[in-house]
Design a binder for this molecule. Sequence first.
Ligand code: FAD
Length: 450
Amino acid sequence: SPARSSVIIVGAGIAGLSAAKVLVKNGVEDIIILEASGRVGGRIRKQEFGGVSVELGAGWIAGVGGPKINPVWDLAQQSRLRTCFSDYSNARYNIYDPSGKIFPSGMAADSYNKAVESAIQKLKNEERKDGLDETKKMDQPCNPETPIELAIDFILHDFEMAEVEPISTYVDFGEKEFLVADERGYEHLLYKMAENFLFTSDGEISDSRLKLNKVVRELQHSRNGVLVTTEDDCTYEANYLILSASIGVLQSDLISFKPPLPRWKLEAIEELDVIVYTKIFLKFPYKFWPGGAEKEFFMYAHERRGYYTFWQHMENAYPGSNILVVTLTNGESKRVEAQSDQETLKEAMDVLRNMFGPNIPDASDILVPRWWSNRFQRGSYSNYPIYVNQQLVDNIKAPVGRIFFTGEHTSEKFNGYVHGGYLSGIDTGEALLEEIKESERKKLIQPFLV
Ligand code: FAD
């Protein structure tokens, strides 16, 4: 029979690793971390492209400069990660129409205010619906229609992920955002963290408790423990299990549970939205876009919402790299994932030629991450419904028997962010420690009860 450890952790993203750290630091050292892919980091992932290191997943440390210190900012300082200040609120003043003209800033500001107003109106309507008072005639929010309104609506909702204020990340940790621009990648802070509790050498984790390329396919659980089967037919047994797979993976059929998850859990999992968010990188022989910090972000106003809308140049992060990044989301992300990169390149070049004229050079390389098709991810991050009830939040993270849930999606306040993943791992690790202590206490007093 397989060797039994105290705890199995499924997934070596930031949540799985921070949970592991809490356990090991508190004396639970016989853990096993099973990671489906060949690397740690999950949605924190760098790749060499065009001579620099680009971030396919998380790119910003969001929430800096506020009343509390963002723990991820703290980790970044400790690991001396190179970052640069990034301000995308300027984007709305750099909006191009399809003939290459920049909209006057007054017009952009008007559209922006209108979009915020409309979002607030929508929220109020939701609130009223929630109160079941549907007989009242409500003011309909004006839907975005013109290309510039569509562009602004896109950055407000799909890029800034703005539900309407207050956003806990900004309230607690501050409104500033820093872009990670480090050749070692955002993931370097994970290695630094791992150094504290796993064996590492030469910037690699060399600990035998971390097992890569182990795709968990079945979780058998009972009052006595958990038995895990991986795709390569290995089995692992433990007293408890922490599952950090993303919400997209939980919604898919990658992992089967025996017995199946209870209905309240399945319903909570189904209720969260999966956002797909794709950063496409394009390398050019030379720079043809306006430079400068206030021009770092620019937008393209097309009649189709989200069609190559949001652009960023990488000159602030990596001067001379001649790389542009365009962000697509949801339907557009899925569409480009399904087509060839050459087709995507052509679409992006057509848009750029509309903005900057026919004579700009062709991109020499393109990189299209596929977070939606990746069966170990199935999307980029979770999004809670605007009116989330406490029961849903509780059910998302509540354990089922000996299976504990963690990950970005289990963080009520910071879901969708790296710090959400990090803090959820700590929370889950601590909750499990409590459970272990409690069961040991029961075992101790049991003999006296008989
Ligand atoms: P993950 O990193 O997904 O870790 C889960 C791990 O589980 C993965 O390694 C996966 O391979 C593994 N796994 C899954 N299924 C199995 C299985 N069956 N068996 C074994 N292992 C399995 N956040 C920010 O703060 N700032 C940003 O700028 C930002 N931008 C983003 C941009 C993109 C494109 C994406 C994708 C995400 C972005 N995020 C950003 C969100 C952030 O990356 C995540 O919230 C965070 O990294 C999630 O960490 P996690 O540990 O919860 O999940």
